[in-house]
Design a protein around this ligand. Structure first.
Ligand SMILES: Nc1nc2c(ncn2[C@@H]2O[C@H](COP(=O)(O)OP(=O)(O)OP(=O)(O)O)[C@@H](O)[C@H]2O)c(=O)[nH]1
Ligand SMILES: [Mg+2]
Length: 335
């Protein structure tokens, strides 16, 4: 992906906040590339993203994750419609692991052109995952910030619940929806992947199918045993009981209930004070991923020095911890 030219316009954020959709799209492109290891973007872009971060923080961020093909995108689309009916503005960032080079515009195009075209209260963007070295968290959460800073009241982020990075990104939301399709079969399998326990709300998708009831019962059973959901049995410190909601994107059944549960959870976070804890946890993740991005960028710059260190290590003339400390010192030395 080619890095965009640094945009010298100080008004890009203001234009985006004023509802200029081309400006929003441009900011989202900057969010994808600024600060990545491959980025050639300049200081102006970093300044702009710093302003974006500080302008964000008002949106209710909703993570949606679940196994491949669970019906996440269809659910997000249905939820967007429902939230629009309630006059809420909605942004969507969909992480698309299947098209790393195309820009992953599949969902964005389909949904934008299909159902929400022409509606300025909706902005949908697909984000291609950038390969193993890039790290997903920074571009994904910076993109969420852009839509947040532009005033979208609810910002959803869809990730496929495979791989720690994807699960972490979905978990870095105020409310996490875990979508399980009917016929999940051995639910324990999914639990091992660490998806079910991050749920604030469980959704059984494709509830128009006959086998959805069984999946809902299985999830509710696991929930009662304290096996799933952040608060387990519902007697956690903050007392949120993770609901299991069956939805059909085809018929629309259950979608209004889900929208209500999202709102209830938001109200619960505020009332219990857990909001603060979550925001701090998310801030920690942002700090760590920004620091890691910085180090990756510096390691690239320090490739020659690293080659020497690697030689020393391979020949056992040095030890890894000392070499790492040396490398970190070099990386942190201003150029
Ligand atoms: N019967 C039925 N099928 C559905 C429903 N929602 C989605 N599907 C089907 O399930 C398949 C996957 O739907 P998506 O919404 O693309 O699922 P996804 O989880 O976003 O998929 P990935 O992003 O590729 O992991 C499609 O063939 C949909 O038509 C539903 O409510 N009922
Ligand atoms: Mg999808």
């Amino acid at each position: 992906m080619a890095a965009p030219k640094p945009d010298p316009s100080p008004d890009l954020l203001a234009a985006a906040q004023g509802g200029d959709r081309r400006a929003i799209a441009k900011l989202l492109s900057l969010a994808e590339t600024t600060g990545s290891a491959a980025s050639k973007s300049g200081a102006t872009d970093s300044d702009l993203m710093a302003r974006v971060y500080q302008a964000a923080g008002s949106a209710h961020v909703v993570g949606v994750t679940g196994p491949p093909g669970a019906g996440k995108s269809s659910l997000v689309n249905a939820l967007v419609k429902e939230l629009r009916r309630q006059d809420l503005t909605v942004g969507v960032i969909a992480i698309d692991p299947s098209s790393p080079f195309s820009g992953g515009a599949i969902l964005g195009d389909r949904v934008r052109m299909g159902d929400h075209g022409g509606d300025n209260g909706v902005f949908i963007r697909s984000l291609a995952t950038q390969g193993a070295m890039g790290g997903l968290a920074r571009p994904a959460l910076d993109s969420v910030d852009v839509l947040d800073a532009c005033g979208f009241q609810v910002v959803m982020i869809e990730t496929v619940g495979v791989g720690q990075d994807e699960v972490d990104v979905a978990a870095a939301a105020h409310t996490v929806i875990v979508a399980s399709p009917p016929g999940l079969g051995d639910g324990v399998q999914a639990m091992k992947a660490g998806i079910l326990e991050i749920a604030d709300i469980h959704v059984v998708t494709k509830a128009d199918r006959a086998d959805a009831d069984q999946t809902a019962a299985d999830l509710a059973g696991a929930q009662d045993l304290g096996l799933t959901g952040r608060q387990g049995r519902g007697d956690g410190a903050t007392g949120w009981r993770v609901p299991v909601i069956a939805t059909s994107a085809n018929t629309g059944n259950g979608v209004a209930d889900l929208a209500q549960a999202v709102r209830d959870h938001g109200a619960h976070l505020a009332a219990s004070g857990e909001d603060k804890t979550r925001r701090r946890r998310i801030a920690l993740m942002r700090l760590e991923s920004a620091a890691l991005d910085h180090m990756r960028r510096e390691f690239k710059r320090l490739a020659p020095e690293m080659a020497d260190l690697i030689d020393d290590l391979a020949a056992r003339r040095a030890d890894p911890r000392t070499a790492a400390r040396l490398l970190m010192e070099k990386a942190l030395t201003p150029r």
